[in-house]
Design a protein around this ligand. Structure first.
Ligand SMILES: CC(C)(COP(=O)(O)OP(=O)(O)OC[C@H]1O[C@@H](n2cnc3c(N)ncnc32)[C@H](O)[C@@H]1OP(=O)(O)O)[C@@H](O)C(=O)NCCC(=O)NCCS
Length: 200
């Protein structure tokens, strides 16, 4: 069977605004802020970064994100608080698979801003784009067992646990499992502000 043509992102316009957030492409000037948030291992370990994260790593991340977006290969956006313009996180849609019409979603929020619903709001905007504009059929991601917060974000968006990749990531001398989550387009439950969080 001939390989299908690569799945490319359609022409997308940014920034993308949600009730409280602005999602936009990272700029070189964002690297220092990203590197600062990534000093926190509570942010980097759950996304599979085990070593120290430097300013140069962040600069390289920004360069790559911009190149990949230009080529239509994937999306890495930064999350900005619309209220004060601060960069508080990131959200990405990568590993576009033309056969399965699926992609991987990833996200992080700086610890100071956890528990305001920002991850769900940002991920929801990117999933909306993935299903309505890119016309994907599925989204997927993996969560470590020590990350119940992320599992909660995913479940609220409609993701379903689909299995466990046993001892699939190495942390130092240890192997850890990764729990697979998947979301079909018609299962997606977009973010809607909670009553108690409306002011946030
Ligand atoms: C996971 C992460 C993105 C969540 O960000 P956030 O903005 O705090 O997420 P939200 O506020 O949208 O939702 C957090 C959910 O976790 C729940 N939660 C918080 N602490 C929890 C805990 N200890 N156990 C279980 N659920 C918990 C909250 O109740 C909330 O669920 P709800 O909306 O149903 O009430 C953030 O903690 C983070 O960046 N962690 C490091 C990077 C990471 O894990 N990325 C994802 C990799 S798969």
């Amino acid at each position: 069977m001939p390989a299908p043509p690569p799945l490319r992102l359609p022409k997308l316009r940014f920034p993308l605004d949600t009730p409280r957030l602005r999602l936009r492409l990272p700029r070189p000037g964002d690297a220092a802020t990203i590197a600062r948030w990534f000093r926190d291992r509570g942010v980097t370990r759950p996304i599979g970064i085990w070593s120290d994260y430097t300013l140069e790593d962040a600069e390289e991340f920004v360069r790559r994100a911009r190149t990949r977006f230009r080529r239509g290969e994937g999306l890495q956006l930064v999350v900005i608080l619309r209220g004060d313009g601060r960069l508080i996180g990131g959200v990405g849609l990568t590993e576009l698979n033309p056969l399965k019409l699926e992609a991987h979603i990833g996200y992080w929020i700086g610890r100071e801003h956890w528990a305001h619903g920002y991850a769900r709001e940002a991920a929801s905007a990117v999933l909306d784009l993935a299903f309505r504009r890119v016309r994907l059929h599925r989204a997927h991601t993996g969560v470590f067992p020590f990350n119940p917060r992320s599992a909660a974000v995913l479940r609220r968006l409609g993701f379903v646990e689909e299995g466990r990749e046993r001892r699939s990531y190495r942390i130092g001398a240890r192997w850890v499992d990764s729990i697979r989550f998947g979301l079909l387009a018609d299962e997606f439950r977009p973010y809607a502000p909670d009553r108690a969080r409306r002011k946030g």
